[in-house]
Design a protein around this ligand. Structure first.
Ligand code: ADP
Length: 458
C-alpha cells in the first residue's frame, strides 16, 4: 500500500497551487489593463471605474471643521476633523460596532442607525472648550460609503451592489446619500451631507495632502479596492458631460470585481471556488475574494478541512469547532506568520484556545508555511493590480507612491515587502520606483478634505 505522505509532501502540493510566477503575473497585468480601459470607455462594466466627481488634488490649504462618517465594513466610525491648512489636521473619533443582523436588516434602518450614532457623537463633542463643537453649529459632512455606487455628482450615489458581506434589502439601486439624509432629518441633526465618497478616494486625497508623490491609493481591509487620478479626456464614457478634457478626476476602480463571472485570468484553486460558491454573492468580486481580509482566513480553513477529511490533520481529535465557515480569522494567519518561537508557541495557543485542538510541531510548521502561501499570493495579486495602473498611467520611470491602508496592509507581517517583490517580478528593477506606504486616514481626513474641496468649488 501507499507510503504515508509527510506534511512536507502535502505542502509541496499547496505550494504549486498558490504560487504565482512572474510570467503569470505579467499576463494578469495585461488583462487588468484592458479591463481598466474598458471600464473607462463604457458604463456598467464588470470593473466599473467609477468617476468620483472629486476634481484634482487638494492644495494643502483647505481649512475648517468637518464631520466624517464612515460605513465601511466591520465598524461604523464618526470623526470630527479640523483641517489646519498647511497639510496638517486634528481628528477626534468614535467607533460603533455593527452587528451581522444590521448588515442584513432593512437599508433605511441601517442609515437611521448611522444618524443615531452621529447624534450621540455630536452630543458628546459639543461644549465650550476649544476643539469642541459649538451648540447648533452647522457642519458639512463627508460620508464615506465604501461600496460601489454610481455618482452623477459628489453628493449623490446609487448603490450598484452590496459587497463585503452586506445584504441590507431595499438599498441596491437606490440613492444612499438620500437615504442617509432621511436619517439626518429624523434626528434633526445640524449637518449637511456635502460629499459621498469611497474610502479609496478618501485615502488617495488624504495621502496626497501629506505626500504629494502619491498617485494611487489601495485598501486592503475587509475588501480590496483602489483609486487614482485620471485625465477627464481619458474617460470616454463621460465625454458628453462638457467637462474640460485636461481636468483631472479621481476614479474609484472597484477593482475587487476584476475577473468576476468569467474567471478567465486569475488562478483560482478549488478552495477559492468554494469560498465563492458559498458566499452571499457567488461569481462577484473575484479578485477581492483572493486577496482581502474577509476571505484569506476562510481559504486557509478550507485547506485545513480538506486535510482533516483526508485523515491527515488532528488525528483522533474532534475538529467540529473548525468546521464553522469563517471561524478562522485572517488575523490568525498574521499571528502564525509572526510567531518568533522554534516551538511555534503562538500557533499552539491559537489552536488550543480557540479550537480546543492539540497540534504537533510538524502540523504547526505546515500551518505557518500555508499561511505564508495564502498571504503571499494575496500580496502578489495586489501587485498585479497596482502594476496595471502604473503601467497604464506611465508612472514607472518617474516612480510614484502608493498610499495603502487596511488591516491586511498594516498588520500582516511582510505584506508590503511581498507587494514590492511582486512589482520587481513584474517590472524588473524599475519596479523599485513604486513604493507603497501606510496611507493617511482616508475615510476621516480624506473625507473632510473632499468636503472642503467641494465647498470651495461651489
Ligand atoms: P474595514 O472593515 O474597514 O476594511 P480593516 O481594515 O480593519 O477594516 O479590515 C478588517 C479585515 O482585516 C477583517 O477581514 C479581518 O479579518 C482582517 N484583519 C484584522 N486584523 C488582522 C491582522 N492582524 N492581520 C490580518 N488581517 C487582519
Amino acid at each position: 500500500h501507499a507510503t504515508k505522505r509527510t506534511m512536507a509532501d502535502h505542502l509541496r502540493k499547496y505550494e504549486s497551487l498558490f504560487t504565482l510566477t512572474p510570467q503569470r503575473m505579467r499576463m494578469i497585468v495585461e488583462a487588468f489593463k484592458d479591463t481598466l480601459e474598458l471600464g473607462l470607455s463604457k458604463p456598467n462594466q464588470v470593473v466599473p471605474m467609477i468617476p468620483t466627481w472629486v476634481f484634482g488634488w487638494p492644495t494643502g490649504k483647505e481649512t475648517g471643521d468637518y464631520l466624517a462618517l464612515d460605513l465601511g465594513g466591520t465598524n461604523l466610525r464618526v470623526c470630527l476633523v479640523t483641517l489646519q491648512g498647511d497639510g496638517k489636521f486634528e481628528i477626534t473619533q468614535t467607533k460603533y460596532r455593527l452587528s451581522e443582523e444590521q448588515k442584513q436588516d432593512d437599508g433605511q434602518k441601517l442609515f437611521d442607525f448611522c444618524a443615531e450614532c452621529l447624534q450621540t457623537f455630536i452630543e458628546s463633542n459639543t461644549g465650550d472648550d476649544p476643539g469642541q463643537l459649538k451648540p447648533g453649529q452647522l457642519l458639512p459632512l463627508g460620508f464615506t460609503f465604501s461600496y460601489p455606487c454610481t455618482q452623477d455628482r459628489i453628493d449623490h450615489g446609487e448603490l450598484i451592489r452590496w459587497t463585503k458581506g452586506f445584504g441590507a434589502p431595499n438599498t441596491e439601486g437606490r440613492d444612499v446619500a438620500e437615504m442617509f439624509r432621511k436619517g439626518l432629518e429624523k434626528y434633526q441633526l445640524p449637518v449637511q451631507l456635502t460629499a459621498l465618497i469611497n474610502d479609496t478616494t478618501g485615502t488617495l486625497i488624504a495621502s496626497h495632502y501629506v505626500n504629494p508623490k502619491t498617485k494611487i491609493a489601495v485598501i486592503f481591509g475587509t475588501g480590496c479596492n483602489a483609486a487614482y487620478m485620471e485625465r477627464v479626456g481619458d474617460i470616454p464614457k463621460i465625454a458628453d458631460r462638457g467637462i474640460d478634457g485636461n481636468a483631472e478626476m479621481g476614479i474609484n476602480c472597484e477593482w475587487g470585481a476584476f475577473d468576476s463571472f468569467e474567471h478567465e485570468h486569475l488562478p483560482r484553486t478549488k478552495y477559492d471556488a468554494i469560498v465563492d460558491d458559498t458566499s452571499n454573492k457567488p461569481g462577484e468580486q473575484a479578485f477581492e475574494k483572493l486577496i482581502s481580509g474577509r476571505y484569506l482566513g476562510e481559504i486557509f480553513r478550507l485547506v485545513m478541512c480538506e486535510l482533516i477529511d483526508e485523515g491527515v490533520l488532528f488525528l483522533g481529535q474532534n475538529t467540529y469547532k473548525l468546521e464553522k465557515p469563517y471561524c478562522f480569522d485572517t488575523a490568525f494567519l498574521s499571528l502564525m506568520e509572526s510567531d518568533p518561537t522554534d516551538e511555534l508557541l503562538m500557533i499552539i495557543g491559537i489552536f488550543t484556545h480557540f479550537f480546543a485542538l492539540e497540534t504537533t510541531l510538524a502540523e504547526r510548521q505546515f500551518f505557518r508555511a500555508l499561511a505564508k502561501l495564502v498571504g503571499r499570493r494575496a500580496a502578489r495579486l495586489s501587485a498585479c493590480g497596482i502594476a496595471a495602473i502604473v503601467s497604464k498611467m506611465g508612472y514607472l520611470d518617474e516612480g510614484c507612491s502608493v498610499g495603502a491602508d487596511g488591516s491586511l496592509f498594516n498588520k500582516y507581517p511582510g505584506f508590503a515587502d511581498r507587494v514590492h517583490e511582486g512589482l520587481v517580478d513584474i517590472f524588473g528593477d524599475r519596479g523599485r520606483n513604486i513604493v507603497t506606504y501606510h496611507a493617511e486616514d482616508g475615510s476621516g481626513v480624506g473625507s473632510a478634505i473632499i468636503a472642503a474641496m467641494t465647498k470651495a468649488r461651489r
